[in-house]
Design a binder for this molecule. Structure first.
Ligand code: FAD
Length: 302
């Protein structure tokens, strides 16, 4: 973790593009609340295929034009040609966007799309971004401390991550995890292979346990048995689930930061209150110069 400790800490929040006008208004309100915390950027996810791509663009443009924080579009190469990707990169550049989260992406299940697949892996997308726009963008990539589900083995996966760093990524954001040891081990393996970019933990606050367990199963992220058992015991007591989840995630973030993590990327799922509580517990506004509501002003969603 020695290299990580040298980086300035960066805090960011991830949203998904809303599907309705009501969802867009809700996201605007969430964003305005989280802006008060003074994050570096808000990232916006991107779905392979179809209309979610234009919604990502619209959401990014809205943030870029009206927020003091930067907008960071996710861009995936799985379902796009080289020319389409170049065009998207240029459109973001024209809008004054300066961050991109560069991913291979996943095909939505049942999409029927085979994907054009001109670029096969995220390292090739990083190369393309550098080729068409030099150093204009701060390029973020994904990292998997519990390893990517398709990787043939752990060491090959680490080597593939190193490839993305060497292709010109500026920083990485991890898949979410609750076992902090996996993060330290992963980072140390990368540092030993010469990776010197920040590897920022991606942290998923527990907002709705059932939904989260399904999501974790889908992306093969581990929910430790002790945590799953507690949450299952409170199946009909969402307040206990949420309060316990806030404690667990606060402690996880505190330990990561104390051990040298270069910031936190929160998977915000378009909701503010639980993140505000965790942020308050961690006292992060002192570091970012932001303001956060006091716990009695934050209404939890139960
Ligand atoms: P890659 O780095 O390309 O890796 C994919 C697999 O291929 C891995 O198993 C890796 O070991 C292997 N590999 C990589 N490079 C090579 C190579 N050169 N040769 C051989 N094998 C290689 N998905 C979305 O669809 N939209 C999003 O908005 C989105 N946001 C995300 C944000 C974060 C922070 C993270 C961590 C993930 C996100 N994902 C998103 C999920 C991500 O797209 C999937 O996990 C996807 O399966 C892999 O994407 P990647 O960029 O990590 O791929």
């Amino acid at each position: 973790m020695e290299i990580q400790k040298k980086h300035k800490r960066v805090y960011s929040f991830e949203f998904f593009p809303p599907k309705t006008d009501e969802g867009a208004e809700h996201l605007r309100q969430t964003r305005q609340r989280l802006e008060r915390l003074n994050p570096a950027y808000f990232s916006v996810t991107f779905g392979a295929g179809g209309s979610t791509q234009s919604r990502t663009f619209e959401t990014v443009v809205d943030i870029q034009r009206s927020s003091p924080a930067e907008a960071a579009p996710h861009l995936s190469c799985i379902d796009a040609s080289r020319e389409q990707l170049k065009e998207m990169i240029q459109r973001y550049r024209d809008e004054g966007v300066s961050y991109i989260v560069a991913l291979r992406g996943d095909q939505p299940s049942g999409s029927g799309s085979k994907g054009l697949g001109e670029l096969r892996y995220a390292n090739e997308l990083v190369e393309l971004i550098r080729e068409v726009s030099g150093e204009h963008f701060t390029v973020e990539v994904g990292a998997y401390p519990e390893f990517h589900p398709e990787a043939p083995d752990a060491i090959t996966d680490i080597e593939n991550f190193v490839r993305k760093a060497k292709a010109g990524a500026d920083s990485a954001i991890t898949q979410f995890f609750y076992n902090e040891a996996c993060y330290y081990r992963f980072v140390e393996d990368c540092e030993r292979r010469g990776v010197d970019i920040p590897i920022v933990p991606g942290i998923m606050p527990i907002m709705n346990y059932e939904q989260q367990a399904r999501f974790a199963a889908g992306c093969k992220a581990d929910i430790p048995r002790w945590l799953a058992k507690r949450m299952e015991a409170w199946e009909h007591d969402p307040r206990s689930q949420i309060e316990y989840g806030i404690d667990v995630v606060t402690e996880l973030c505190q330990n990561l930061l104390d051990n040298g993590a270069p910031g936190i990327h929160f998977y915000a799922l378009n909701k503010a209150p639980i993140i505000e509580r965790i942020w308050h517990n961690l006292g992060l506004s002192k570091e970012t110069g932001g303001e956060v509501r006091s716990p009695d002003e934050i209404e939890l969603p139960v």
